[in-house]
Design a binder for this molecule. Structure first.
Ligand code: 13P
Length: 253
């Protein structure tokens, strides 16, 4: 059975005091309110990871993830953070290939394949993002676009390695825009992703892969999205910065 996951991507928001406050609110609310088997992940900026991870030390309901890691192992790479460093905090997962990293920092398929290898090599769960820009959706070539992203950065992995990866489908036109994919659009793409995985790794691996939806997910639309056959949870941006909204999304299962 595949895991249900709700992950909050804080992006470049919250100073340390604000971040610790948000993390502790989330932990307490999860403890009090979440009864279903849902893995909750929070993804603060790098600089808060150690403090947030200490705050969560006694808690096994909420995991901590990073928003990126280096494709290099160690050495003279000023400003970079390695997968092994993250694991030593300890951080359990890392978001890779977010469209903002692809768009603003020039991260491409090949680089992302190396980052995925680094994450797996340090026992971090990669949350690998894919998703098409608006012009590709309008040309109706989004299915091929997303297949290519998956193939180029993930399909060099062995079956055992691939089984540790979580996929997040985030249509770029839905990120931070208030425009969510319709349930039909989300289900269609998630099923497509599962089929592409099945072609490469077989039906069992595909059916055990967690595929999250991301893009303007909020407490009002989460229930409908999470009820779809091939949607196993969400990667939440804006709404994960408010503990009440984030909890209501988690409880939408
Ligand atoms: P929003 O939920 O703010 O649209 O962001 C989605 C996202 O990019 C999560 O990684």
């Amino acid at each position: 059975m595949r895991k249900k996951i709700v992950a909050g991507n804080w992006k470049m928001n919250k100073d340390l005091a604000e971040g610790l406050k948000l993390a502790s609110e989330i932990v307490n609310m999860v403890k009090d309110e979440v009864t279903k088997d849902v893995t909750v992940i929070i993804t603060p900026p790098f600089i808060h990871l150690t403090s947030v991870s200490r705050l969560l030390a006694e808690n096994n309901q909420v995991l901590v993830a990073a928003q990126n890691c280096s494709e290099k192992e160690s050495g003279a790479f000023t400003g970079e953070v390695s997968a092994a460093m993250l694991r030593s905090i300890p951080v359990q997962a890392v978001i890779l290939g977010h469209s903002e990293r692809r768009q603003y920092f020039g991260e491409g398929d090949e680089l992302l394949a190396k980052k995925v290898d680094m994450a797996l090599g340090s026992d971090l769960m990669p949350i690998f993002c894919c998703g098409e820009p608006l012009e590709i959706r309008e040309k109706e070539t989004h299915a091929a676009y997303v297949s290519r992203q998956l193939k180029a950065s993930l399909f060099h992995l062995s079956e055992d390695e691939f089984a540790k990866v979580v996929i997040a489908y985030e249509p770029i036109w839905a990120i931070g825009t208030g425009k969510t994919a319709s349930p039909e659009q989300a289900q269609q793409m998630h099923l497509h992703i599962r089929n592409v995985i099945a072609d490469q790794y077989g039906k069992e691996v595909a059916s055990n892969t967690t595929i999250l939806y991301g893009g303007s997910c909020n407490p009002h639309n989460a229930q409908e999205l999470f009820a779809l056959d091939d949607v196993d949870g969400g990667l939440i941006g804006g709404a994960s910065l408010k503990s009440r909204d984030f909890l209501d999304i988690i409880k939408s299962f």
